[in-house]
Design a binder for this molecule. Sequence first.
Ligand code: PLP
Length: 390
Amino acid sequence: MYIKKQRLLTPGPTPLYPPALHAMMASDIHHRTEDFRKAYRSCLADLKEVMGTANDLLMFASSGTGAMDAAVSNLFSKGDKVIVCVAGKFGERWAEIAKAYGLDAHVLTVPYGQVVTPGQVEAALAQEPATKGVFVQASETSTGAAHDVRAMAAAVSRTGAIFVVDAITGLGTMPLDIDGWGLDVVIGGSQKAFMIPPGLAFLSIGTKAWKFAETATLPHFYFNLKKEKKSGEAGESSWTPSTALILALAEALRYVKQIGMDKLIENARLLATATRAAVQKLGLELFSPGSPGSSVTAVRAPAGMDSGVIVKEFKSRFGAIIANGQGSMKGQIFRIAHLGYFDFADLFAMVAGLEIILNANGFPVKYGTGVAAVEEIYERAAVAPQTVSA
Ligand SMILES: *Cc1c(COP(=O)(O)O)cnc(C)c1O
């Protein structure tokens, strides 16, 4: 075919909300002005609103990992005992950060595709009562699995430890009652369900975690939670902010509020449900069948087929970027995202494309089998035709 529109079907960056993209063009604005303070304040307030928390909300000019780094360097001291849940590449990142800062980490590792259970966390806490922190991914983007952060939080909140949740792909794809469940630190990033480009990280932080900031002694400079809180209260960021991204975020958050965070989550959940139904109908296997999340679906390539072939053909045939597996999962799986600005029309096209690619590569499927599964989920969901559109 001669025209191929570029399509991002990856779990970060995700497709951009067009009005947010347009808002970025007004970024010839100075950050120490009332106009900018207004936009910055509205972002902080709207983020708190869509995240549903009364905790403080701080924002950084960095990718999501910056906020992960900030949580460790601002709230802990060298040698602190912590528990790190590792169910994939992003869990491994927590372990690497903890190691880099000299924390004494008890790493709970499970095979890729599985999840760390609340029982494991509870047992590890009982074994080491001096534990100061527990780190987890709400959604482990590398495998598509989702953790039961609610039950984990119940276990952590009974102890003196704080619960630090990387919700970078959890926000907007699963319910997270930050205040009700006691999620002490919750981390998000701009390029996931928030529908704007990479470059902003944010975190919510509650009173239990703020107390840790009083005694923590790890060195930090750029990422300074206390300083950032003070700046935020004045409608500013400590350092030069990413003005373009903040204007974009203000616009995207307007849209998220208009739809409703619960509907954004339901949107991802429906697309994930339909994707799982489609790939299974096509005879493919899920990589995380036990606790699949709604941010991304990881699918095993057919036996004897490298998943890189599927990834490459999506690009060459349809201009579409889908994610390969990371690390040792590369070549084994491919991942289809649902978080943020995705709709059923995207999924119909994606699944039809997948059918064509499978057929062309020695894995015969009957055309329409997967698409029909998506159509059935769409029909059953009875999504009202007047639902808000861009
Ligand atoms: C995308 C992502 C991150 C952040 O990665 P950055 O490249 O620093 O933005 C962290 N954790 C999870 C679970 C993610 O999906």
